[in-house]
Design a protein around this ligand. Sequence first.
Ligand SMILES: Cc1ncc(COP(=O)(O)O)c(C=O)c1O
Length: 406
Amino acid sequence: MFKPISISFAPNFEKDDTVLAIKLLLGMVSYSKLNSSMTIFQKEFSDYFGGRHVSLFSSGRAGLCYALKSLNLEHEDEVIIQAFTCVAVPDAVLWAGLKPIFADIDKQSYNFDLKDLKKKISKKTRVIIVQHTFGIPAQMDEIKAIAKKFDLYLIEDCAHSLGGMYKKEKFGTIGDLAVFSFGRDKMISCVYGGAVITNSNKIKNSLLQQEKTLVMPPISFIRQQLYYLIIYVISLPFYNIFLGKLFLWFAGKFELLSRAVYKKELYGERPSFLAYHLSPYFAPLLLQQFRKLSRFNKHRKNLSRFYIENLKLDLEPLPYIRIPVKVGDKNKVLLLAKKKGIHLGNWYRGPIDPPESNNAVFDYKKCITAEHLGEHTINLPTHINTALSDALKIVNFLKEIKYEKS
Ligand SMILES: Cc1ncc(COP(=O)(O)O)c(C=O)c1O
């Protein structure tokens, strides 16, 4: 009744996920079940990607960091990433001892501007990380050709895209490696988690070596992630009458919940979870979520089609993680929506999100289109907890305020 329409309040979790989180917290799932869920998840994820090797990590950013480390590059070798990204991406590059180089993006696709990408290649470039932003396919034929010509590794960052396709190939099967995030707002979720896949035996062996350096997370970290499901289930029904908001605030303040990004990461420093394995405690949840993927993606695609048709957006109907919409005054639109109990998304608020990130640490050089899109892009929800009636309210709201496209 008082539940808001929201893009990022525990978007992927359903009742059975919360019940499972409670059982996990109460120790009602045996160790052998935890371990077997891990093995089964790894096997099913691998099968989904044609038998590729799967390494699991504490997060997508940890996956990206260890994926880069597995390539055994020289200190300060260059990695081209796109601007209009999460700070987790340049962070992972730094943590691997490498140097992020930002290339600008294309205004329509939110993916690499190919001209700028080529311009940014130097003698020190070793890797291109391609993002498939929002689940919009990047121009993989062209990017693959560039990588081949300059003898560069190609990593697909599939944090926004699990199950999407480029032509007839699944995202994640086109580059040398691919990284996935199972973070709270991603395609499927165990709150903190990530995976790296590869078809190369050499990279696989190197990833396995990296995994050996990791330790199991402390129980406090595990609890924080499992509490997330329960705290949101309790808070959301009362969110619009302040009580829910207050409860969430307390949960954050007393560190019952983890943060999506920690303050130190804004300055390029390593968070403690970088050293953790993916906990087996998250495996049953992750497996349960993965088995819902085709239903989730069907829903995402249906809602995408609805927004595209009703708002006349220049997009193909695909299972986008979020639908990007360009507006005139972004902050005003987000605020007006919030007043109506509609919490839309702000990905991303600039070339490196959050905007409090210290761009100098990452040696960011101006990318005009990424900065422009950061000021003018809002996102609409496509997740399983967004009903068609919610999407209709969002469409009506946007039409009512005559949001201007920039
Ligand atoms: C494009 C992109 N890549 C990688 C990541 C890192 O994923 P994780 O949050 O699981 O570390 C994120 C998000 O946080 C992201 O937005």
